[in-house]
Each structure stands twice: as C-alpha cells, then as structure tokens.
Design a protein around this ligand. Structure first.
Ligand code: BG6
Ligand code: MG
Length: 217
C-alpha cells in the first residue's frame, strides 16, 4: 500500500540540535540554572514552551507569565542568530541523497517538526521544495510525544498511520511515532533511541535497499 516518509527537522535533516542546546544553556545560565548534555536529551523534540518549563523545574524556579514569554523570546533570538548563518553545508550527511531517492521513487515526503522556525530553516538550506507537506510547531497544539504532528502529516498525505515511516533523533519523537502506530526509525544513539523499530547513527547507514524494503512492505 501507499507509504509516506515523515522527517523530523532538528537533528535529523540539519545539525540544529547543537544550536538549540547552546541557546537554552545560555538562557538557563543567565537565570542561574545549569543542565547537562544528558538532561538536554529531554529537551530534544520538545516544544519551546515545554523546554523552558523543564529548565525552570530543574532549577526549582518559578516566574511570572510575562517573564516566561520574555525568556522564550530571548532564547529564540539567540537561536535565530545561529540560524541566520545557515546554508546547505549544514544539511546532515546523505540527507539530500535519501530525499532524492524517495522523490525519484514517487514516495510522498513530509516534515513533522515541533519547531516554529522549520519553514525558515528549510528555505535557508534549500530543501523546502523537496517536501510535499510541512507540519511544524505553528500547526500543532500538542508537543511530542503526543503524535498530533505526525498524524496531521499522514492525513495531509492521505496515508494511513501504519504506512508512515518516521525519522527521528529524539526519544519524544520516537515515542510519538510509536504511539501513532507508525514505523519509527531512530537517527542517533541506540542507547537513547532503543524504543525505535530501527536505529542508525546517521543517514550514511541507511541503505537504498532498506528504503526499498520499507516502500514494498
Ligand atoms: C524541536 C527541537 O525540533 O523543536 C527542540 O528538537 C525545540 O529542541 C523545538 O525546542 C521547538 O523549536 P523552536 O524552533 O520553535 O523553538
Ligand atoms: Mg529532532
């Protein structure tokens, strides 16, 4: 039956997970909170609001709603200073090759990202036109691991969830795909993404044979 391939953005298509980390760390430190790279795994795939809530909880901080909005804006401004400098060189290895293979094989491709900056980033790295549909942080109300973002993408591509294949670098995203009854492919460390149906360190390990198998399943 007809398949659809859904890609997360940050940490899957582009190496922006490091910029989120740097920007959150700077923001957290400015209010006297620190967190580790291990804790940072919990911020991956998670919305901007949820990320700040977690950081505040780690630091036992409670702030007013106005301050909360201000801190989110500060973080995003800092993050955008990195994004503005991005170009095609920041596409992760073999991502373009994989997208082009799927396009050549007439497979629908969606973006399923929690980021409100997703469209701008895709344009920056010149991949925007490769996607049949984009569902991002502006289109959903529930953060991953809630499957809303992926279910919306499936619907827009007219594909049943069980026929969708999701590529994710975050545990929250893998959980979201699994909850949606989609096939989850983890991109990153096996120890972190063990709940995924398949895990690869990066796209250089994802063969076209493997993709063909998924297409013909
Ligand atoms: C996800 C990232 O893709 O998007 C998270 O993994 C980030 O780290 C989230 O917090 C929201 O992104 P943005 O760009 O809207 O702040
Ligand atoms: Mg991600």
């Amino acid at each position: 039956s007809k398949k659809a391939f859904i890609f997360d953005l940050d940490g899957v298509i582009v190496d922006t997970a490091k910029y989120h980390f740097l920007a959150w760390k700077k923001l957290a430190n400015s209010i006297g909170v620190d967190f580790s790279e291990v804790q940072n795994e919990q911020l991956k795939g998670v919305s901007r609001v949820k990320s700040l809530e977690k950081i505040l909880a780690w630091g036992n901080k409670s702030i007013s709603e106005d301050e909360f909005m201000e801190l989110m804006a500060l973080k995003n401004d800092d993050y955008l200073s990195y994004i503005n400098k991005m170009d095609e060189n920041e596409i992760l290895p073999d991502v373009t090759k994989i997208l082009d293979f799927l396009i050549q094989n007439n497979q629908p491709i969606a973006l399923g990202s929690a980021s409100k900056n997703a469209r701008e980033i895709l344009k920056k790295v010149n991949l925007f036109k490769k996607f049949d549909t984009i569902v991002d942080g502006n289109d959903v109300t529930k953060a991953k691991p809630n499957p809303e973002v992926f279910l919306k993408a499936a619907k827009q591509l007219n594909c049943l969830p069980k026929d969708c294949i999701v590529f994710e670098d975050s545990l929250a995203g893998v959980k979201a795909a699994n909850i949606a009854s989609m096939i989850s492919v983890g991109i990153g460390e096996k120890s972190v993404l063990k709940e995924a149906d398949y895990v690869f360190n990066d796209f250089t390990e994802v063969s076209t044979e493997f993709l063909k198998e998924l297409i013909n399943k």
